[in-house]
Design a protein around this ligand. Structure first.
Ligand code: ADP
Ligand code: ZN
Length: 732
């Protein structure tokens, strides 16, 4: 593990050497000369790399591999605050744990290069009042038109808006056709007010909040708010944020991307008077830049964001909260494969600050950490204000099947009708986008498949497309079978939400139906609008994928029907049962959140499955106990450890050759088991052939050392990629 940032305030005098970490996936540390200025660890610097100029971070002592005469000097130090020492330590730690290049991790912390340039250089431009005599190309005309229509923009933003290269804007500025205007500094983030009046807490909530307030005053600790949906977990952790604010320290709340809703922000605003800073994939560049700077300056006091917010350079982080800690969205599988919950705990430990995990269905990992005494459990067993948990019942599809070609059992249809007749709202949940997951030719049995992936094309009837959900490849639905050339011979197999919406329109002709899936509701604005329509009862029947399962609170929603409760159980991955249980609890939690009691109906072919039994008999603890026992016996996480290697490349033969070579060099150690190589279930993905190794290691046996040595001993040829995934969650 690279770990050189140990001395946080290390100074490097002029004309000495330093190691600089560059935010590039393959780069490690490079030595440079310091130039005339002295530098300190954490400084952002521009350095030459080949013919390019790259921005990196002064990491520590020079590594000394290169002769002094060959070293190039640092070009300049950027006028922005240094990357804090804890952030540097954290980057080294994450790189070490995930076996990723430190440069790839640094890149996640520096995702906003513009933020590093001093603000006074930020000059916006607008069209000049009097246009000088210049030659007007089409590109120049476009820029001037955009500049005339919009308020002053930064040159880069203007170029992007006009769809031209930056040189065009530069040329117009120099010619005087655009004129510079100083940019107003961004408005600072308003400080949330910890003393803004909040709700009065129930005794159980108060006890949990008191514990958290104390935790905020101490150093590192991990507390788990384990409370049923609607028990007030959010209100309770808001008290911890209030305590951190009062102590003048920053708080970070990590949420699964789709749970960061307008409803959540509105609740925050009600409690603290203002909105928090946000960090997610849809921020504009300007917002991203301002937020990054406010985080490093310590003026953004509360940040709420998706997993990548963990890597922001907090000046003085005093509290880390991971809400819905069990959510699979916290695991990143591409690039640096990390789990944001686990890394949040590490970040808390490195920074000496408390961590709070919240969930109605804590992960098996967290349950094990509670059992071993590492984490403290705060239990909220009841819904707020006496709202009852919804009654959950199974519909045995073997006994009460839907009519042929339909998907809703008569029992579910009747329940929806009754609910709508009572003036209440119902929801049908199916975790599958599109119209049908599989399309086949009735004549010859040919199945429409993605040419780049081992996957069926999913029909999206609304959009008139067949789409691959893995790579995005799409085509118009063919009219002729590509194999037997029969006309109009295709049959759609199985349902997606679009098909359920079609059936619902037929069954409930008077209901106002709304479909919510990530391809029909894209972006926070649309989601907010949809949620408002449900909340204002402009929609009677809500049909959706897991995007509807998260955190929303609809007082009139009293019935949830799960169209296919067995869906997540197929595939047999290690966490299939756990995940299905969590998801269905979450979905069920949408029902009956106010005065009116809720009801949940689960359509299943496996009524005796432990997950179904646990859901309907309320036996969560028994289920967890049984699941834990099975994992313990099998040596599976959290009682054993896993890592995965995915070898991929454009040619199957070369991938197999390399995988075999890797297999021959596998360590043979007691308690370190290498399984594979085997073709991945997704044997072809985006045109790359994939083979997998699974490494299963006993808890008391080292994983990282042997794994690193193994990979170093068998370097991959350039066409082949080896993706390392420590603690994998996906097994495709
Ligand atoms: P959870 O996060 O556990 O699902 P929430 O924090 O979302 O629960 O609370 C559920 C609902 O109950 C929310 O509308 C919330 O505003 C309300 N609520 C929870 N606790 C209180 C309280 N002490 N006073 C008033 N309303 C509360
Ligand atoms: Zn594909």
């Amino acid at each position: 593990m690279v770990s050189v940032a140990a001395n946080p305030s290390r100074q490097f005098s002029p004309h000495s050497r330093v190691a600089v970490l560059l935010p590039l996936p393959l780069a490690g540390l490079y030595d440079y000369l310091t130039g005339v200025e002295s530098l300190q660890a954490g400084d952002f610097v521009a350095v030459p790399l080949g013919r390019r100029e790259v921005i990196g971070v002064v990491w520590g002592e020079a590594t000394g591999g290169v002769a002094e005469a060959k070293l190039k000097p640092v070009i300049r130090r950027l006028a922005c605050p240094p990357l804090p020492a804890i952030s540097r330590k954290f980057i080294d730690w994450v790189a070490g744990y995930t076996i990723a290049p430190p440069g790839a991790v640094l890149r996640m912390a520096m995702s906003v290069p513009q933020a590093l340039e001093p603000l006074r250089d930020l000059v916006a431009c607008r069209a000049a009042m009097v246009l000088p005599e210049i030659k007007l190309t089409e590109a120049r005309r476009r820029v001037l038109r955009v500049a005339g229509d919009l308020p002053p923009l930064l040159p880069a933003d203007l170029a992007r808006e006009a769809g031209v290269g930056p040189a065009v804007v530069k040329g117009l500025l120099e010619a005087g056709a655009l004129e510079p205007v100083p940019m107003a500094p961004p408005p600072p983030f308003a400080s949330p007010d910890p003393d803004h009046p909040g709700p009065s807490l129930s005794p159980g909530q108060q006890a949990a909040a008191d514990h958290l307030r104390q935790a905020v005053a101490g150093g590192f600790s991990v507390s788990v708010i384990d409370g049923v949906t609607g028990s007030g977990k959010t209100e309770v952790y808001f008290e911890a944020i209030a305590a951190a604010l009062a102590a003048g320290r920053q708080s970070l709340i990590l949420l699964p991307e789709i749970a960061l809703s307008a409803q959540w922000l509105e609740r925050f605003r009600r409690r603290f008077g203002v909105e928090p800073a946000q960090w997610h994939s849809e921020l504009s560049d300007a917002k991203r830049r301002d937020t990054w700077r406010a985080v490093v300056a310590g003026t953004a006091k509360v940040v709420v964001g998706a997993r990548s917010a963990l890597f922001l350079p907090y000046k003085e982080l005093g509290l880390l909260i991971v809400d819905e800690e069990h959510d699979a969205g916290f695991k990143q599988d591409d690039g640096v494969a990390y789990h944001a919950r686990d890394m949040a705990v590490v970040r808390g430990q490195l920074g000496g600050c408390p961590v709070v995990l919240a969930s109605a269905t804590p992960s098996m990992e967290t349950v094990a950490n509670i059992a071993s005494g590492r984490y403290t459990r705060l239990h909220l067993p009841d819904r707020h204000a006496g709202a009852a948990l919804p009654a959950m019942d199974l519909i045995d599809l073997r006994r009460d099947p839907p009519p042929r070609g339909f998907w809703l059992s008569p029992l579910l249809v009747k329940a929806v009708e009754d609910t709508l007749a009572a003036g209440e709202q119902a929801m049908l949940f199916l975790n599958r986008r599109g119209y049908a997951p599989l399309t086949l030719c009735r004549k010859c049995g040919h199945r429409l498949q993605c040419p780049h992936c081992t996957a069926w094309l999913v029909e999206h009837r609304g959009a008139g497309r067949m789409v691959c959900h893995h790579c995005g490849h799409h085509v118009r639905p063919p009219t002729k079978c590509p194999q037997c050339e029969a006309e109009d011979s295709f049959a759609a197999c199985g349902p997606g939400v679009e098909r359920i919406a079609e059936e619902a329109a037929h069954r409930f002709p008077n209901a106002r139906i709304g479909v919510m899936a990530s391809d029909t509701v894209t972006g926070p604005q649309q989601a907010a609008d949809f949620v408002r329509r449900v909340a204002e009862h402009e929609i009677d029947l809500l049909i959706g994928t897991q995007i509807v399962a998260k955190g929303y609170h609809f007082p009139l929603l009293t019935l949830v029907g799960v169209v296919d409760a067995d869906l997540g159980l197929d595939g047999g991955d290690l966490r299939a049962g756990e995940r299905t249980h969590q998801l269905l609890c979450q979905v069920a939690g949408r029902a009956g959140r106010a005065e009116r009691p809720g009801r949940v109906l689960l359509q299943t072919f496996q009524p005796a499955h432990p997950v179904m039994v646990a859901l309907t008999s309320g036996g969560r603890d028994d289920f967890i106990e049984a699941e834990a026992e099975a994992r313990r016996l099998a040596g599976m996480p959290p009682y054993g450890r896993l890592a995965a290697l995915i070898v991929s490349g454009p040619e199957a033969g070369a991938v197999d050759d390399f995988a075999r070579k890797l297999a021959r060099a596998a360590p043979s150690l007691e308690g370190f088991q290498v399984i594979g190589p085997a073709p991945a279930p997704l044997a072809l993905l985006r045109g790359r052939h994939r083979r997998r190794f699974l490494i299963k290691v006993r808890r008391d046996v080292a994983l990282h050392g042997p794994l690193r040595a193994w990979l170093a001993a068998v370097p991959a040829p350039s066409a082949i990629r080896v993706q390392v995934d420590v603690d994998p969650y996906g097994f495709l």
